[in-house]
Write a protein that binds this ligand. Sequence first.
Ligand SMILES: [Zn+2]
Length: 252
Amino acid sequence: MRYLVSRAIVIHEMTPRRKRALYTGRYVPITNRPRYELKKFVNAMNGIFPPEQVLGEDESKALQRRHAETPTILHEFYRVWRLSGPDAINHQCKLWREINEYWANMATQLVGVPGAGAAIRHNGRPGQTPRKEALRLFIEFLLNPECDRLAGPCARCGKYYIRGSVRNKLYCSRSCGTRSTALAATRKRRDNEHADKLRRAQKAADKWIEHGHTRLDWKTWVTRKEPDITSKFLTRAVNNGELQSPLEDKKL
Ligand SMILES: [Zn+2]
């Protein structure tokens, strides 16, 4: 059972000419544990679900299907929601029609809560199909006051995550960020080393032509001048078109 807690925030809408406040409605957060609920939703996005009790083979099959297919549907919902911007709910797209339809058929009830207030109760039972379950979870997510903290997928590991700060935009964690940077640095260093080898190989090969009268073939010549360069490296570089074979020069 979940509560729509009775702590409500009245919003004011300013008309552009007369800056008069108009009472247009109330924002009622779905939960008084937004971070906890958000974490549960992120887990579902990443395919992690809390254990559920199932009775019989049919329920067990339905559960397996839900766990297998719901995350992909949630990724699609999330993508559409992100793309539609802050006025998302007013867009007349397919997703919003589907959400509204689901919401309209959801049984809700006004109940008393400890402290003498009231709350809206709705059923927290998983949906029968993966799509219905995705809709149920997504509506809960949209009602979460911290829903804009959801981010992802992480540029390195592909997981969805709760954004801690605005700076943390690409990676789910510090470790993913630093690993990714370290990887880029290694790649750059290797590229530089490769380019340097090619430069030295070309220079030595040119010398082979200038020298003219040697019994050594050009590859052996180059590998003797530049001991860290192998004959295999030269063959590959010529085949890749990164290096010009001096034999081609001779033919011209
Ligand atoms: Zn990551």
